[in-house]
Design a protein around this ligand. Structure first.
Ligand code: F6P
Length: 326
């Protein structure tokens, strides 16, 4: 593997704040190590449509603070087919790209794992998703910024919830993972978080209703993780409205505001460390691994583990939320 001379870099799936910091780090660390860098636009789609540009250090100047991804991103259906992946492989050959660094979430790493094994192609993944749902890393790039965005939004909603003495259901992202909802709820002093990880175990809303939203409060905020398992904020609000017409209920769905914005210092540092580590990994001969950080230590996590293992939520946090929301 010491013979790699040219790497490709792409961002794929949902954008996440800090992706640009990762692109910068990968590019600069590669050039520092004497490698050529080819930027692939629009994720795996750009491999099929041949949208590739050679990157120099200046191409990644002034982007560490920018949200989104300068490489653009896409969710590419064609790459899910063998024909699409064959075209992608031919593009890589044409440009002399000998290894890939793929930045993204679950879908991105799933695509990387399939492609790497089909073509025996070296790929290192970097976890970039606001969902924080990849196993083997304490945090994914973008999660901290999204959490801060949620915190700012919920703080604002609390002003109006308190003034009107309302019950708010606020839906946050996470694609079937409750990290944003649970930690967002703790950070904003919410009354509860309804998350998919425990939705199958108990009727969280039923319990809330039973205990009373308002023992000592005139307003309440419940964060709801988007997921068919929770039912989403709209459905939960409807249920409360029907059963408890005395509550003045409102719903806010935060949506894509959670994916945008300048990355936090934590995300910039995470992205910089992981980006540089991805080049070390390739030069060491690693392949089919995601870069993770566990207890502040860099680790290599096989794609199969990062994707397949469900990352558990810390149940202690649920208890903390319960205790502090009395
Ligand atoms: O994976 C990131 C994420 O924002 C999820 O939380 C959400 O379910 C999904 O992407 C939304 O995807 P899209 O922007 O394609 O609608």
């Amino acid at each position: 593997m010491g013979s790699i001379k040219c790497i490709g870099i792409l961002t794929s799936g949902g954008d996440a704040p800090g992706m640009n910091a990762a692109v910068r780090a990968v590019t600069r660390a590669a050039i520092y190590n004497g490698l050529e860098v080819k930027a692939i636009y629009r994720g795996y789609k750009g491999l099929i449509t041949d949208e590739i540009e050679t990157f120099h250090t200046q191409n990644v100047s002034n982007i560490i603070q920018q949200g989104g991804t300068i490489l653009k991103t896409a969710r590419c259906k064609e790459f899910m087919t063998p024909e699409g992946r064959q075209l992608a492989y031919e593009t890589l050959q044409k440009h002399g790209i000998e290894a890939l660094v793929c930045i993204g979430g679950d879908g991105t790493l799933t695509g990387a794992r399939i492609f790497a094994s089909e073509f025996n192609f070296p790929i290192v993944g970097i976890p970039g998703t606001i969902d924080n749902d990849l196993f083997g890393t304490d945090n994914t790039i973008g999660y901290d910024t999204a959490l801060n965005t949620i915190m700012e939004a919920v703080d604002k909603i609390r002003d109006t919830a308190t003034s009107h003495e309302r019950l708010f259901f606020i839906e946050v992202m996470g694609r079937d993972a409750g990290f944003l909802a649970l930690n967002g709820a703790i950070a904003t002093g919410c009354e509860a978080a309804i998350i998919p990880e425990i939705a199958t175990e108990n009727d969280q809303l039923g319990e809330l209703i039973k205990n009373g939203f308002r023992k000592s409060k005139n307003s309440s905020i419940v964060l709801v993780a988007e997921s068919p398992l929770t039912g989403g904020a709209m459905a939960l609000a409807e249920r409360v409205k029907n059963e408890y017409p005395q509550y003045d209920v409102r719903v806010t769905i935060l949506g894509h505001i959670q994916r945008g914005g300048s990355p936090s210092a934590i995300d910039r540092i995470l992205a910089s460390r992981m980006g540089a580590a991805s080049i070390d990994a390739l030069l060491e001969g690693q392949r089919n691994v995601m870069i993770g950080i566990q207890n502040d230590e860099l680790v290599y996590v096989p794609f199969s583990k990062a994707i397949k293992n469900d990352k558990p939520i810390n149940r202690e946090l649920l208890n903390t939320l319960r205790i502090l929301s009395i």
